[in-house]
Design a protein around this ligand. Structure first.
Ligand SMILES: Nc1ncnc2c1ncn2[C@@H]1O[C@H](COP(=O)(O)OP(=O)(O)OP(=O)(O)O)[C@@H](O)[C@H]1O
Length: 240
């Protein structure tokens, strides 16, 4: 299955931030890095793909459907955008109750999902936090909680916005570990926007480079730390 983004543009009021985006996203269980400078349009693109924002022009289609409305319906159930910062889950619910709530939203059987939820909680060292309310967690715990929820739901595509921000060293290792586990489990495609070269090169199987709202390059293979930094400098060389 493949998501086809065709000639997509997005404006905030009069200000255009995505320009004529064309991108195919194969829903295999790989991790793709979305890389670009601050303000390039990464979060906006991920929000549009998840259906949280609608494009102003252009389309997103599934390969087996040719209507935008089919994609929008599919995206509501099968994609999850995990925002940067401390948002993402419901404040006054525990992590496990958040999972139950999101199971309802995404039409996932809660009881069937519990074993996988617990195994992901173990992998992220979050098992002792699953009964804690989201608003009583630290910044890093909230990030890990939102990630755990997204993985446990097994939505076909998860869009992670700067997932390593605020994580301590152990939690960063946990993040890399679960993203690599996810590939082996084969349930989910992950699109990850990050400025963390260490995270990107540890988990990504390919990259999309975005500058000023334009996709400027793609790489269909993993990259070493040095190669990614070289590519970044080549792609985003400052003028003048
Ligand atoms: N709600 C909004 N209203 C108006 N402009 C916005 C809004 N959200 C983002 N923008 C603008 O759109 C552009 C793209 O922002 P976006 O958050 O998508 O970039 P980004 O690549 O994710 O950046 P960063 O790496 O800094 O998180 C920026 O110029 C930003 O100021």
């Amino acid at each position: 299955m493949q998501i086809e983004i065709q000639n997509l543009s997005k404006k905030y009021s009069a200000r255009q931030v995505l320009f004529d985006i064309n991108l195919s996203i194969n829903l295999d269980s790989k991790v793709i890095g979305l890389v670009g400078p601050n303000g390039a349009g990464k979060s906006t693109l991920m929000r549009v793909i998840s259906g949280v924002l609608l494009p102003n022009s252009g389309k997103i289609l599934l390969n087996d459907a040719n209507k935008q409305s089919d994609y929008n319906r599919w995206a509501l159930k099968n994609t999850l955008y995990v925002p940067a910062g401390e948002r993402g889950l419901i404040n006054r619910l525990s992590l496990i109750d958040n999972f139950r709530y999101f199971c309802g939203l995404k039409n996932v059987n809660y009881k069937d999902g519990l074993d996988y939820f617990e195994s992901m909680a173990q992998a992220l060292e979050m098992k002792n936090l699953i009964h804690r309310d989201y608003d009583k967690m630290s910044t890093g715990q909230k990030k890990s909680a939102a990630l755990l929820n997204a993985l446990a739901l097994k939505t076909k595509l998860i869009l992670l916005d700067e997932p390593s921000n605020g994580l301590d060293i152990d939690a960063q290792d946990g993040l890399k570990h679960v993203l690599n586990l996810t590939k082996n489990n084969g349930h989910q495609k992950v699109l990850v926007s990050s400025h963390d070269v260490n995270l990107l090169t540890s988990v990504c199987d390919g990259y999309v480079f975005i500058r000023e709202g334009h996709i400027i390059a793609k790489l269909n293979s993993p990259a070493s730390h040095e190669d990614l930094i070289d590519l970044y400098h080549q792609s985003f060389k400052k003028e003048g």
